[in-house]
Design a protein around this ligand. Structure first.
Ligand SMILES: Cc1cc2nc3c(=O)[nH]c(=O)nc-3n(C[C@H](O)[C@H](O)[C@H](O)COP(=O)(O)OP(=O)(O)OC[C@H]3O[C@@H](n4cnc5c(N)ncnc54)[C@H](O)[C@@H]3O)c2cc1C
Length: 640
């Protein structure tokens, strides 16, 4: 098959997966892939040009334009006409099913990885738990890659003959965490890691082995491994400067299944929670206010639930799906905002309010879907593509702030630019917009992106030469390369569309707007250091530092974070409620003392993943912090 045909097949495969899943109005959960977005956006742009009678020349993928046109029209029609008219027609006086206001020992707000971990931990200690979720549960956890960071001597590591210790894990995580939580908490995280992993496998039932009961290790550096893999090195362990202080080992445990396996990871939680006699789950139930007795005592939460009407709840689920998925191509964000405003109408018009008096665990996810909060708290990351789900709009953070609970690390986000795979791209040169080399190219994609966001206004280039270009291109077109389909698509989009080209370094500088002498100096210095076999500038691993950038034509891949139509940057928030590291109790912003009766966990809280995220950190922190909160709240209750 020719190269361009393969490209079209890949594009079409991904499109159909996206279109027929979400666009078909099946409330099924799809992984939100940034890579699919590339293609969608290109198509949507074409569509717009097409619609305004200004067709452009270029690739046409047979039939998909019409399909997209139809689907986007359907979404728009659904949001603009069908939802308002169906809501209008619903009878307000219809009797709603009474809510059984049982006495609960613990209330958990948010049914993602953090909330489910807290609920299971408490319920297993004999507590009666109420677990509420604004939508139908799963949140961003269900949409994730299903990579869970665990080490320090897990059964998976032992089965594969990998030596690791909690101390070694601590030495690495301390570097990523940058002191946003105290050393004791990081130590707890590392020492508990083998047990938490066992708990996930044995108690929660998440498969970290293939169907034959085997663990499969992937040894190549990657941002996400092939679907047959269960363990790989998912972070910066072997990259400079991290590798100076730790022995690199694989700790990225991938729930086994096809491609992004957050649905499998969450599936284990869903089943364990549903089967638990001590847990009552209420979907379509949103917490909106903490009930405070004083600044250091929380006594419960005020909730609002939608009645148990199938038609109403199915609209709600659909709004969640469209709202979570549409930012992939709707850069103006009109669709997700409209979904939110319909949701508000639904809660205002039909909602039933409840007050639950019990210790509360806030586990409502992040805030990147809330534009105003991003502008206010994390302006450097403004304008990127929200990664997660519509529920990541910071309701937990807002409730906490209104109750004078301290928030922390609110300016920290994780923006993703995965240049690898294809692996050869790591051999390129990362520059700022002037052409100066700015960092080690072999770090994890989110760390890489953070250099640019924090220090270079989110702008940069990856400079490669013809040799690297051909190698990368062949990885992206070879079905045997082990790359996931979306990784191949993104690679192709970068190599064919998202780049500038020049026959000489000088020409490349002119084509990109980089400073000619600056880029020439950068490449000369880089090549000189390669002759010395030592990256004295940034310490790139010698595996990726042995080929000079010398064979024209030269290419520069556009790394701009915002407004990059071929490579939008997915982003999630990392900051949240400040908690006590030992117990998970929230801290008051008035006096920095613990607030009795209030806990926070997962992306709604500050934790292990709140400074930098590498693959698996967030889910691991959710489990650690969720269990910590569930355990402490249960122990207090039992003591009384
Ligand atoms: C495509 C993608 C891939 C990812 N891959 C990985 C990975 O491989 N490994 C990793 O570690 N991380 C990954 N992440 C990040 C990770 O998924 C999230 O950070 C993590 O799942 C957050 O879990 P949580 O429990 O804090 O929140 P969530 O899983 O989002 O759960 C929060 C729940 O709270 C509910 N909620 C919100 N507000 C309210 C309210 N007011 N009242 C009641 N309920 C409310 C929401 O409906 C939601 O169900 C990925 C994310 C995405 C989107």
């Amino acid at each position: 098959m020719s190269c361009s045909k393969k490209f079209l097949c890949l594009v079409w495969g991904a499109l159909t997966r996206f279109i027929y899943g979400v666009g078909g109005f099946n409330p099924i959960v799809l992984p939100i892939s940034p890579l699919i977005q590339i293609v969608i956006m290109e198509r949507v742009e074409r569509l717009n040009q097409h619609l305004s009678d200004n067709p452009v020349a270029g690739v046409r993928v047979g039939g998909d334009l019409d399909e997209i046109k139809r689907r986007i029209r359907s979404w728009n029609e659904y949001l603009h006409k069908i939802v308002p008219s169906r809501l209008q027609r619903m009878d307000i006086d219809r009797p709603s099913k009474e809510w059984d206001n049982n006495q609960f020992d613990i209330l958990v707000v948010g049914f993602g990885a953090a909330g489910a971990s807290a609920a299971l931990e408490a319920a297993d200690s004999g507590m009666k738990v109420l677990l509420v979720d604004r939508f139908d549960g799963g949140g961003s956890t269900r949409r994730s890659g299903g990579v869970y960071y665990a080490g320090g001597g897990t059964t998976a590591q032992k089965d594969l003959g990998i030596q690791d210790t909690p101390e070694n894990m601590f030495d690495y995580i301390k570097q990523e965490n940058g002191g946003v939580v105290d050393d004791r908490t990081i130590r707890d995280f590392c020492f508990q890691s083998p047990e938490n992993f066992r708990w996930l496998e044995n108690r929660v039932g998440i498969p970290f082995k293939n169907q034959q009961g085997e663990r499969i290790l992937f040894e190549t550096k990657t941002s996400y491994p092939p679907s047959n893999v269960t363990l790989y090195q998912s972070g910066n362990e072997s990259a400079h400067p991290y590798s100076k202080n730790t022995i690199p080992v694989p700790r990225g445990n991938r729930a086994f299944g096809e491609y992004l396996t957050g649905n499998i990871f969450f599936g284990g939680f869903e089943k364990s929670v549903e089967d638990h006699p001590n847990i009552t789950v209420k979907h379509h139930c949103m917490a909106n206010k903490l009930i405070m007795q004083d600044e250091n005592t929380c006594t419960g939460v005020s909730l609002i639930s939608l009645p148990d009407w199938e038609d109403l709840r199915s609209i709600h689920v659909m709004l969640h799906e469209i709202g979570s998925g549409s930012p992939m191509f709707d850069t103006e964000r009109t669709m997700d905002l409209l979904c939110k405003s319909h949701e508000q109408v639904m809660f205002n018009k039909f909602g039933i309010t409840h007050e639950i008096k019990a210790p509360v665990v806030l586990a409502c996810g992040g805030f990147y879907f809330n534009k105003e909060m991003v502008e206010k708290y994390a302006p450097k990351y403004n304008g990127l593509m929200p990664l997660g789900n519509l529920g990541d709009d910071g309701t937990g953070h807002t409730m906490a702030a209104e109750a004078n609970i301290a928030l922390d690390c609110m300016d920290r986000c994780s923006a993703w630019k995965f240049i690898n795979p294809p692996l050869s791209m790591v051999e390129g040169v990362l520059t700022n917009s002037e052409g100066e080399r700015v960092g080690n190219e072999d770090v994890y994609g989110a760390s890489f992106a953070d250099f640019l966001v924090q220090h270079h206004s989110g702008k940069g280039w990856l400079v490669i030469d013809k040799t690297i270009w051909h190698e990368a291109n062949s990885d992206c077109t070879n079905p045997e390369s082990g790359l996931q389909q979306d990784q191949q698509m993104q690679g192709l989009a970068n190599l064919h569309r998202n780049c500038k080209q020049g026959n000489s370094v000088q020409e490349l500088a002119l084509a990109t707007g980089m400073d000619v002498s600056c880029l020439e100096k950068t490449i000369d210095k880089y090549n000189h250091n390669i002759s010395l076999k030592n990256d004295v500038e940034f310490g790139k691993d010698s595996k990726f530092f042995h080929r000079k950038i010398e064979h024209g034509p030269f290419f520069a891949i556009n790394l701009n974070m915002a407004g990059n139509k071929y490579w939008p940057t997915p982003c999630m928030s990392l900051g949240g409620v400040k908690v006590d590291g030992k117990t998970g109790q929230a801290l008051s912003s008035v006096n920095e003392k613990v607030v009795n009766g209030l806990y926070a966990a997962g992306r709604c809280a500050t934790g292990i993943a709140s400074n930098y995220y590498v693959s698996g950190f967030s889910l691991a922190d959710c489990v650690f912090s969720g269990r910590r909160a569930g355990k402490h709240a249960s122990n207090l209750k039992l003591d009384h």
